[in-house]
Design a protein around this ligand. Structure first.
Ligand code: GLN
Length: 284
């Protein structure tokens, strides 16, 4: 017997299933996954409630829902995420770009419009920071580095997709490679792994089971990369050059202190939409 399932029936069954599996916002997840398969907006589904799903659509939807039920983030299932008005390809080799990271990009663009700067992005992951800066600051040239070759493959795809020419991607380990080979820059930007080792296990299942651990925790107190990057900033930056960090929740003040300890000046803090100090900047 062939079972006909309409959009509405599929949504109801999937929502119930996701709820049973303890997934938050089950209906919203069910809708977004189906809208992706039907290649329409989420709200367009409401105009198509009576439309039957084809066998192929049903089988893809079943697969998507069972992955989401196992806590796989929606963004990895769909394979892309919107960041700073651009679509970025993502997979389990890169951290999913977060909305709060847009504050970092926004601040830098606001402070440096029309400048032609050489910018270094450390730990680029999907390339969301480097490529959104490169696109919005076309006079700048961006170098984006990451230790992970698999992450760089994703960043390369994103660069190609957005046809961005003023960004160069390179594999580099800032802990052990010779930083003098990178050249000199006017700005360093980084959203480093800052979750303290002790907090890592307490993060949501979506994060711990699916996002790359090396993009999230420094396996120490959370400050390892802030300290290393502040330490090498003087070698990498021209006089007066600036360093911009994304800060973990509640970490900004200490990050500022770490920067000062390494000789950075004019430390400034910027808040996100939840009133959390999210960006720390300083100058050499
Ligand atoms: N904002 C991320 C989270 O809390 C962490 C990103 C990072 O370590 N840079 O999940």
């Amino acid at each position: 017997m062939v079972i006909m399932l309409t959009v509405l029936e599929s949504l109801q069954l999937s929502t119930e299933y996701l709820e049973k599996k303890g997934i938050d916002s089950a209906r919203m997840n069910a809708e977004l996954l189906l809208a992706d398969i039907l290649n329409c907006g989420r709200l367009d589904l409401y105009l198509r409630f009576e439309q039957p799903l084809t066998d192929e659509e049903k089988s893809i939807y079943r697969d998507f829902i069972s992955r989401r039920a196992k806590n796989e983030p929606l963004q990895y299932i769909i394979g892309n995420v919107e960041f700073f008005g651009m679509h970025f390809i993502v997979n389990e080799n890169v951290l999913i770009p977060r909305q709060e990271t847009e504050i970092l990009v926004e601040k830098i663009i606001e402070n440096n419009k029309n400048d032609s700067l050489r910018i270094l992005d450390i730990g680029t992951g999907s390339g969301c920071i480097a490529l959104s800066l490169a696109k919005n600051l076309p006079e700048c040239s961006v170098t984006a580095i990451d230790i992970s070759r698999e992450a760089l493959k994703v960043a390369w795809k994103n660069q190609k997709h957005h046809e961005i020419e003023n960004c160069e991607l390179k594999q580099f380990d800032i802990m052990s490679d010779d930083v003098s080979t990178l050249g000199k820059f006017d700005m360093i930007v980084s959203n480093p792994p800052y979750v303290p080792e002790d907090d890592y296990k307490g993060l949501q299942k979506e994060i711990v089971l699916h996002e790359p651990r090396i993009a999230l925790t420094d396996d120490a107190d959370g400050y390892k990369f802030y300290s290393r990057i502040s330490n090498i900033a003087a070698k990498l930056l021209m006089a007066g050059g600036s360093l911009y960090f994304e800060s973990g929740d509640g970490m900004a003040e200490k990050i500022g202190d770490v920067m000062k300890d390494h000789g950075l000046k004019n430390i400034k803090y910027h808040k996100d939409y939840l009133d959390i100090s999210r960006v720390v900047e300083g100058q050499v």
